[in-house]
Design a protein around this ligand. Structure first.
Ligand SMILES: [Zn+2]
Length: 318
């Protein structure tokens, strides 16, 4: 599995609940366990301004470039602005575009392979970052400057690489920006499974929203996810974007769901095996994760990548 990563993902946003160090921790963990060779990591280029303009307004992009934000806009973003912050997020958006292309190419390779394995092996690629699903066309919020998920889908559609896409957003917070961008666009199915009583308080309707009660645990969560996946993939998208937030974890500081590490592995299994069995390529991006112990957030992301990276990896313990 191709993995896109840059040391420059570690953006300096000062003291912050968002653990910017997780990107390097995940990278180091994957290399240490032999799941990826450091030399094989793909260094991304920043998303082009023309790519970002497929989703974001010119006025908003100019603000992100020049820092012309009002204090209220920065409060909504919950991020400091600096040229380096803007460039870091632009780079991560480029990473998601690159990983999405690699996932589609992996899918095409699997289809061509004459070993009959297509449909039993997962075609996937990952960006060890991204998933900034709270960014809207004309404003950013909730730590999200650019909606890399929407930008990548639009860029691949523009290039003719894909026609249809599905977003599987399992971050504990609803994917409001992504739902808004693709509202009334039949070419993109947006699915979000999240904690209902949590940020964002206004939740634009996606194609399928499953809002779970506070304290939902592994069993109920996995049943809801299993029920949803056939509908999500029914349109046979050319690409599945897996927004694999680590924050449904029971020890998360910003989430109120109660998934264990085993439950989160089960979640990865349900999403990734559904795509594999349907023969659909998947690009994995990270989104949020605010566990009390930073190592837990990194380990949850590593487990997701491990599922995608190890051919033939099977059902985790449930
Ligand atoms: Zn989140």
């Amino acid at each position: 599995m191709h993995i896109v990563y840059s040391d420059r993902y570690q953006i300096d946003i000062g003291a912050h609940v968002f653990p910017m160090g997780k990107y390097a921790s995940v990278r180091d963990g994957l290399v240490a366990r032999g799941l990826v060779e450091a030399a094989a990591l793909v260094e991304p280029a920043p998303a082009g301004w023309d790519d970002l303009a497929l989703v974001h307004t010119a006025e908003y992009l100019e603000k992100t470039r020049s820092g012309g934000f009002r204090a209220s806009e920065l409060a909504l973003l919950e991020l400091p602005w600096s040229p380096a912050v803007a460039e870091g997020f632009r780079l991560m958006a480029g990473g998601t575009i690159a990983a999405a292309r690699l996932a589609v190419e992996a899918g095409a390779r699997l289809k061509r392979a004459a070993d009959g394995a297509a449909g039993r092996r997962l075609a996937a690629a990952a960006n060890l970052g991204g998933g900034f699903h709270h960014a809207f066309p004309s404003h950013g919020e909730g730590f999200c400057l650019y909606n890399d998920v929407a930008v990548a889908i639009r860029a691949l559609q523009r290039d003719g690489t894909i026609s249809r896409a599905a977003v599987v957003d399992v971050d504990v917070h609803q994917g409001n920006g992504t739902a808004f961008v693709f509202d009334r666009d039949p070419s993109v199915f947006t699915f979000s499974i999240h904690q209902e009583h949590n940020y964002p308080h206004v939740k634009p309707r996606g194609s399928l929203d499953v809002g779970l009660p506070d304290g939902t645990g592994d069993g109920e969560y996995l049943r809801a996810l299993e029920r949803a996946m056939p509908d999500v993939l029914a349109g046979r998208p050319d690409l599945v974007v897996y927004v694999a937030g680590a924050d449904p974890f029971i020890e998360d500081q910003l989430g109120g769901l109660c998934l264990t590490r085993e439950g989160l592995r089960g979640r990865d299994y349900v999403v990734l095996s559904s795509a594999r069995d349907a023969g659909l390529p998947v690009v994995i991006v990270f989104a949020g994760g605010y566990a009390r112990r930073a190592e837990d957030t990194a380990e949850i992301h590593i487990a997701t990548i491990q599922w995608g990276a190890v051919p033939g990896s099977s059902v985790p313990e449930r």
